[in-house]
Design a protein around this ligand. Sequence first.
Ligand code: ZN
Length: 165
Amino acid sequence: MSTTHDQFLSANEAHQEAFSGRGLAAPPSRRVAVLTCMDARVDIYRALGLQIGEAHVIRNAGGVLTDDAIRSLTLSQRKLGTTEIAVIQHTDCGLENLDNEAVLAELEAATGSRPPWPIGGFSDVRNSVRASVAALRSDPHLIHVDAVNGYVYHVETGRLEPVGT
Ligand SMILES: [Zn+2]
């Protein structure tokens, strides 16, 4: 039976044969960074019409503004020249209405250890996007905070809904 490991290596052989990314510069050519959720239904490149080499894509559970997301966005701007940020959360996210304290307690009960990181659950996806956009616009370490936009991606239709502040 073929394992995921084998499947990845096999698919990569085909990828190498069709590979077109040679010679691309590391700085994203469209100078944009996208923060979004790890959700398997969100094909962020197709949803936004992005090609390889054009954007930084930072993903985590929920597409929430963690310290590590801010770290990546800061390095994206200061070391790799991006000037715009898109924050994209989505409908039907597993993090929406997740009880942060209950998850922390569950982990602690199961393992004896309470994780030091926040779970990141939120109660309303649009408010979560607005809060992240507001926090980025006042972040002291970013250079470009005038072009930070927020959106909700609809997993059932593919629609990208702008979320005003
Ligand atoms: Zn999600």
